[in-house]
Ligand binder design. Structure first.
Ligand code: GLN
Length: 404
């Protein structure tokens, strides 16, 4: 039997230093808390409704056809071709599926494989904050240092989250390797404008920096906003890694099929990392993915319309009970200001919501480098059935309009 002091020593001995530099995902932790407290989960962004029938049938058929062994490590040919085709149709980009597309286990693996493939110790990666919480640890795991640039919330109801041009410029240096852009944005719902992307482009070109763009919500847009892929801007095609995946567009977050699109040399590097990390994404689900990407424009229209209706179902309730909402123009989250409730911080309020009110959210601080910056915010995900949103509304009304 080993005594406890020795055990402590052992624990330290077998824990890598890099682990110390980030915490566990709060989003995933909130899902566990939601389950424990039987709360409505408006924390983690996954749909609670069915995936398209055609897509499920395609997955069944692929398994029945015994597509049950490894796909080519960088992705089934059919899916890579479908991805290239979609890039052509949606963005007018001419992509070679043989040399420029890598299928990974979700866009999550796409991001970490990309950073591991392009970053060295001492490099810096510019990240807008609030940011999707994986980006910070992803940068750290790749040896790079994240450098945060603030997206500031709108001050008027019609305003948008935006950044300060000078602040962005001052984040670029000779050791800047990449900037991560996420549009439509999680958690703010911001959709970057052409003018903003051009500013980013100018800095990337001037400082010889890559743009790593997470476009997983590209089809979820509201109020007539347009998604612009930064790779389509002059000078960016050769320095952009575009990340996307099936999770959000086809409501299959558990399938873990995502991809990168990047120039051949960068793709080569990403493929090397990807191969040794995971070998490949699930083969039958990649085949199903190839058929999903061929769905008609009508599918995407309905997807966005459905999310707009859900957004417009949830926000009035949140406002009625005292949240100040930052109306999203894309993606399926709403960031809120919780000042009116008088809680000391976002974490204690989110704990109260999940345990006493029965609704799980994500505390704002998990989207910021300095937790104090998110201490007055929580994020709601509205990718849920009407019944789920209505039950959440019923529970949230127990807050009793505290903020009114
Ligand atoms: N992107 C989703 C969110 O922000 C899910 C994240 C995850 O847990 N993979 O909630």
């Amino acid at each position: 039997m080993v005594s406890s002091p020795a055990l402590t020593g052992l624990r330290e001995r077998f824990r890598a230093n890099r682990i110390e530099r980030f915490t566990e995902s709060v989003i995933r932790e909130m899902t566990r808390l939601a389950v424990r407290h039987s709360a409505i989960n408006l924390a983690q962004g996954f749909p609670d409704f069915a995936a398209p029938e055609d897509l499920k049938r395609a997955a069944h058929e692929a398994i029945d056809a015994d597509i049950n062994q490894y796909a080519i490590t960088w992705g089934a040919k059919s899916l890579r071709q479908a991805i290239a085709q979609q890039m052509r149709t949606n963005h007018g980009l001419d992509i070679d599926p043989q040399t420029e597309v890598t299928v990974c286990c979700g866009s999550t693996e796409s991001m970490i494989s990309t950073l591991l493939a392009v970053c060295n110790a001492g490099d810096e990666v510019v990240v807008f904050e609030p940011f999707y919480e994986n980006y910070g640890p992803d940068a750290v795991l790749s040896g790079a240092k994240p450098r945060f640039v603030k997206l500031r919330p709108p001050t008027t109801p019609a305003g948008e989250w935006t950044f300060d041009e000078r602040e962005l410029r001052s984040a670029f240096h000779s050791n800047t390797k990449a900037i991560i852009v996420n549009t439509p944005n999680n958690p703010t719902g911001k959709v970057f404008t052409r003018a903003e992307l051009e500013l980013i482009r100018d800095l990337c070109v001037e400082f010889n920096v890559l743009a790593i763009t997470d476009e997983i919500y590209e089809h979820i847009l509201y109020d007539g906003t347009q998604h612009i892929s930064i790779a389509t801007l002059d000078g960016m095609r050769e320095r952009t890694i575009t990340i996307n995946g099936m999770s959000k567009t086809y409501s299959v977050t558990g399938w873990r099929v995502g991809w990168t699109v990047a120039p051949p040399q960068i793709t080569n590097a990403i493929r090397k990392v990807h191969d040794f990390l995971t070998v490949g994404a699930p083969a039958p689900l990649q085949e199903a993915g190839a058929s999903a990407l061929a769905l008609s424009a009508d599918y995407y229209r309905k997807l966005a319309d459905g999310y707009r209706a859900r957004r417009d179902r949830l926000i009035p309730v949140l406002e009625e009970v005292g949240f100040r909402c930052f109306k999203p123009r894309g993606a399926y989250y709403v960031m809120t200001d919780i000042s009116a409730f008088g809680y000391p911080d976002d974490v204690s309020f989110a704990q109260y919501l999940v345990k006493e009110i029965g609704v799980a959210t994500v505390p704002g601080s998990s989207f910021y480098n300095d937790p104090r910056d998110g201490a007055r915010q929580v994020r709601f995900a509205f990718c849920k059935r009407d019944e789920t949103l209505d039950e959440a509304a019923r529970r949230l009304r127990r807050l009793g309009g505290v903020g009114n």
